[in-house]
Design a protein around this ligand. Sequence first.
Ligand SMILES: Nc1ncnc2c1ncn2[C@@H]1O[C@H](COP(=O)(O)OP(=O)(O)OP(=O)(O)O)[C@@H](O)[C@H]1O
Length: 318
Amino acid sequence: MSLLEVDHLEVRYRRLGRVKAALRREEATFPAVADVSFALEAGRTLGLVGESGSGKSTVAKSLIGLQPASGSIRYGGREIGSASQSEWQRLRREISMMWQDPVGSLSPRLSIASLVTEPLKIQGHKRSSDDADRLLSMVGLSTDLGSRYPHQLSGGQARRVGVARALALDPKLLIADEPTAGLDMSVQGEILNLLNEIQSRTGVAILVITHNLNLVRHVTDEVAVMYLGRFVEQGLTDAIFRHPRHPYTEALLSANPSPNPDERHGRTELSGEMPSPFWRPAGCEFHGRCPHARPDCADIVPGWTGEGERGYACRYPL
Ligand SMILES: Nc1ncnc2c1ncn2[C@@H]1O[C@H](COP(=O)(O)OP(=O)(O)OP(=O)(O)O)[C@@H](O)[C@H]1O
């Protein structure tokens, strides 16, 4: 049994102007996430990648109970998709979310010691300066920083504080949304090493949502590529980086070439913009932007092909 098992997840949002849409008998909601399934084991890291608007954050919000979804979300073997508020109070100790800019969004008037230990307080635990020192040390920060305030930290220190907060309750699952966004390359590397090191020490499972393929390459065991709310390719990171089968995956990788000669493959340029999820193209939803599309791609929805260490949804894979 995996720690997290997601089956046929679907999230629908209301369309803006839904009264007009209802009058025209169009659907008033649209699927921002459709038929998403995956499993994540303890101690493993899965990366969710895709362009802006592909549905990554929506998946994360449904996993932490902030966005109603259909389908099944099982955590530790138990269905949590329809967990009550009080069940979520308990689950929040085990499933932790690290938001983008985790410190910038917090109160500038709280000291760093208060910020890192706040999750303990919210869960009703007594907190002491020892807790703050332990958490700051865990993320490689000097305990002296506890008496400072967020605006006095560098970007890298602030991100470490965000990691400390997210891990304060010793979660089993960490969902990290763009953990390296806005950091320069060397600091990004430090944060990636920190996540890897904490995972090997604690066995926490990590779901990382990102545009940053370097991050995916360095911290994930598996990757799922999202396009218009669906997975188009999913599997072991090494296999996918060595030989992407879906043209969309190759296009994302081409935009961020690897220094590793084993990861040199053809180049696919992405043209145009991702369509809106409520005007979904017929056939393969990627066909209008795919340089390898054939005429029938516009009509026939590609099924899922499982192939050893990965699967993909393309009738004419690379
Ligand atoms: N509350 C909402 N109401 C209606 N539509 C929404 C809402 N939140 C997101 N969307 C739409 O759902 C789709 C998926 O958005 P989502 O934020 O999950 O994508 P994302 O891949 O996380 O993007 P980013 O990388 O920019 O964070 C987009 O078309 C977005 O415009």
